[in-house]
Design a protein around this ligand. Structure first.
Ligand SMILES: [Zn+2]
Length: 335
């Protein structure tokens, strides 16, 4: 069963999370393998998407926000897009668009950042837009300031956290065919931080230095976790091995119906809305060439078919706007 473990370090401004996606991840891979149009993902894409799935669950759980988190990478190599969407209830879905051969040992740069055009986008899409909440999107490149591609998603996202949220973060990610897993350790921002020199007394400054030392020690321990350990050990063993000298406050793990699990939010109504936005002329011209319009969901593989009567109904009925889909920028057909 997939599981998410949250924990705190007693008395220290550091929090952590460990995620293990088992059934949720296998479900995503099996649906892809069963899709005769695409076939299974090449091995490096599986690793990329699995690491993104683990990271997206950690990031969604790490923010106080009622809405979906969408983690995307856009590439200029054979991998055009990889996307993971996590809902506030931790249900998730993921897909990648691959155009062209991917070598067995392809790096992140060779898959996504051949010309330096690769980007990673983190989008927070609020559930209740009427409350005035706006979607937020942060975008970072897939390379460092010296134009060298990052080695993996953990480097990309640590860079993002530091740059956009000014939060020191350690992220260890790993994925294989059975498991996508991740460990996140983060220093919690102290009140008034950033104004240290001007406003704070010497004693408080001392406290700040102490807090940094605690974080540095824990971050160092966390960073010593290898991918092999993350993939082969259970959560209790990992946390004990890394932090047995620390005072860990652990919360009840989230699993089963409360934990991370695969779910797709596609529906016939959403595909209808997409066809409506394509326009009547476009739909009718497709119908002149074939007996029906077939749209496959790239996340779950579900096929939706619309014949001439269905299409006529779509354009006869008034649009049902309340359930307008959130469509991440990407290839057409993602619903
Ligand atoms: Zn679907």
């Amino acid at each position: 069963m997939s599981e998410l473990h949250k924990f705190l370090f007693e008395g220290l401004p550091v929090r952590g999370m460990l995620v293990r996606l088992t059934d949720a991840w296998r479900d995503i891979l099996q649906r892809r393998s069963a899709n005769s149009a695409t076939g299974p993902y090449p091995a490096p894409v599986r690793t990329l998407l699995g690491e993104m799935a683990a990271a997206a669950v950690l990031m969604e759980s790490n923010i106080k926000f009622n809405g979906a988190l969408v983690l995307q990478v856009f590439g200029d190599g054979p991998v055009k897009l990889a996307v993971v969407e996590v809902q506030p209830d931790l249900s998730l879905r993921a897909t990648a668009t691959v155009r062209g051969p991917v070598a067995e040992d392809a790096t992140l740069g060779q898959m996504l950042n051949v010309e330096g055009g690769g980007r990673c986008a983190i989008t927070l899409d609020p559930k209740d837009k009427s409350a005035g909440q706006q979607a937020y999107q942060g975008v970072v490149p897939l390379e460092d300031a010296r134009y060298r591609s990052f080695a993996g998603m953990s480097d990309v996202l640590q860079h993002y956290m530091l740059q956009s949220e000014q939060l020191d973060t350690v992220l260890v990610l790993a994925a294989n065919d059975e498991l996508a897993a991740g460990l996140l350790i983060q220093r919690m921002p102290a009140a008034g931080e950033g104004n240290l020199a001007q406003r704070r007394g010497f004693a408080e400054h001392e406290d700040q230095i102490g807090a940094h030392e605690d974080y540095n020690r824990i971050a160092h321990l966390a960073a010593s976790l290898t991918r092999e350990e993350l993939l082969s050990l259970d959560a209790d063993t990992i946390l004990h091995r890394l932090f047995w000298e620390e005072n860990l406050l652990r919360f009840e793990p989230l699993q089963g119906a409360r934990g991370p699990r695969f779910a797709c939010s596609c529906s016939r109504a959403r595909v209808s809305a997409m066809l409506r936005s394509l326009g009547r002329d476009e739909c009718e011209s497709i119908l002149q060439e074939r007996s029906d319009i077939e749209v496959g969901c790239e996340f779950c593989g579900q096929q939706y078919r619309f014949d001439a009567v269905d299409v006529a109904q779509i354009f006869a009925a008034p649009p049902d706007t309340p359930d307008a889909p959130f469509a991440p920028p990407g290839p057409q057909g993602l619903q």
